[in-house]
Design a protein around this ligand. Structure first.
Ligand code: 5GP
Ligand code: MN
Length: 343
């Protein structure tokens, strides 16, 4: 533990010298950006801008409507705006792998000097010249908070609401197991600095749903299957459903959490059919199964309790394969659990 703390401190130092040495920075994050991706990007953007740096943000996918209340969200540019621009330093946030910023973007947005990777995923690859990977942090936004604190620069109001939003999102509104006393302290400090109403942040993120999303939930939940032992719940969403309802695969986000809430369910699986007929899979666990490992078997990743992958199979085969694999993990964990009880 000490070693990792020393490494984090050393990495802050390395990052601060990059901030001293270079002027042109670009930031990016993963495809289908979520609250932590957008929040940590905007938080770091505001901090670096305050240091007098030129900072640009390029993302593959547009900022979801639910984050367009955040200050400076419209400074986030798309992959086409990169053209011939070359930052001195590229900082990739919350992405796990460089490829997850998007196939095109990862090949066009090339830094002339340094690539920095800031992440909290257990499965994060150390792809940067500098890697600040803190799996114990609740969110990448929390890492940015700590970075700014160590720099001893005051956090501005706009930055506070962005980082709070990231923290709130990645802790599932402070209810997942990554929520600690420290997370609450940081959240309280950010609310104090930002002078925003936390309930309004919540409403902006979670309660501005298009009606199509609720209709889709209905269709998807109707596909629910639970294994005989009651431990694995799975649902799927198809292109036909999206077309019928007039929505896209993005609207599937969050449905997996609903089936995870079923009593006795250890692993929840939600499979979405993509336009190329491959399948995007979201995985959730109650804690006995490490779904980041399960996802890694299919070249995906994430956290112990929330992970995902994309598999080159039609959705029915993907569901069958994932359920079988999850069953293997559950069988393993029950035998290990038995051993623990003996000890
Ligand atoms: P979600 O199911 O909400 O899309 O994702 C849950 C978690 O798994 C997130 O932390 C996300 O970053 C990670 N994740 C989802 N899909 C993938 C994937 O295809 N590859 C990797 N490496 N991580 C993923
Ligand atoms: Mn995150």
């Amino acid at each position: 533990m000490n070693t990792s703390q020393t490494t984090d401190m050393q990495n802050y130092g390395v990052l601060f010298s990059l901030f001293d040495e270079y002027h042109n920075f670009a930031l990016s994050t993963h495809i289908n950006p979520d609250g932590d991706a957008i929040g940590s990007e905007l938080g770091l953007y505001l901090f670096l801008t305050k240091l007098g740096k030129s900072v640009k943000i390029f993302n593959t996918d547009a900022v979801p409507d639910s984050y367009r209340f955040l200050p400076y969200w419209d400074n986030i540019q798309n992959v086409h705006s990169v053209r011939t621009y070359r930052p001195e330093v590229l900082i990739v946030l919350d992405a796990s792998t460089l490829e997850r910023i998007g196939k095109t973007l990862s090949k066009t947005l090339l830094p002339t000097h340094k690539l920095v990777n800031i992440d909290h995923h257990a499965t994060a690859e150390a792809f940067g010249d500098v890697n600040l990977i803190m799996p114990s942090a609740s969110s990448t936004s929390e890492i940015i908070y700590k970075l700014i604190k160590h720099h001893q620069t005051p956090i501005c109001k706009a930055c506070a609401i962005c980082l709070y939003t990231g923290l709130m999102f990645d802790t599932g509104c402070f209810r997942y197991s990554n929520t600690t006393v420290e997370t609450h302290r940081i959240a309280a400090e950010l609310i104090e600095i930002g002078e925003f109403a936390p309930d309004e942040v919540y409403r902006n993120v979670y309660e501005q749903l298009p009606v199509a999303k609720i209709r889709l939930s209905g269709e998807v939940l109707r596909t629910l299957q639970v294994t005989r032992d009651g431990k694995i719940a799975s649902v799927y969403a198809t292109q036909r459903m999206f077309q019928k309802i007039g929505t896209t695969a993005d609207a599937v986000e969050g449905i997996v959490n609903q089936i995870q809430a079923i009593a006795g369910v250890e692993v929840a699986i939600c499979a979405s059919e993509m336009t190329d007929r491959s399948t995007k899979v979201s995985l959730r666990s109650q804690g006995h199964v490490d779904v980041s490992q399960l996802a890694a078997e299919f070249e995906g990743g994430g956290h112990t309790r929330a992970a995902g992958c994309r598999v080159a199979m039609p959705y029915p085969a993907a569901v069958t394969t994932l359920v079988e694999t999850a069953q293997r993990y559950i069988d393993q964990s029950s035998s290990e659990h038995g051993d623990c009880q003996k000890g």
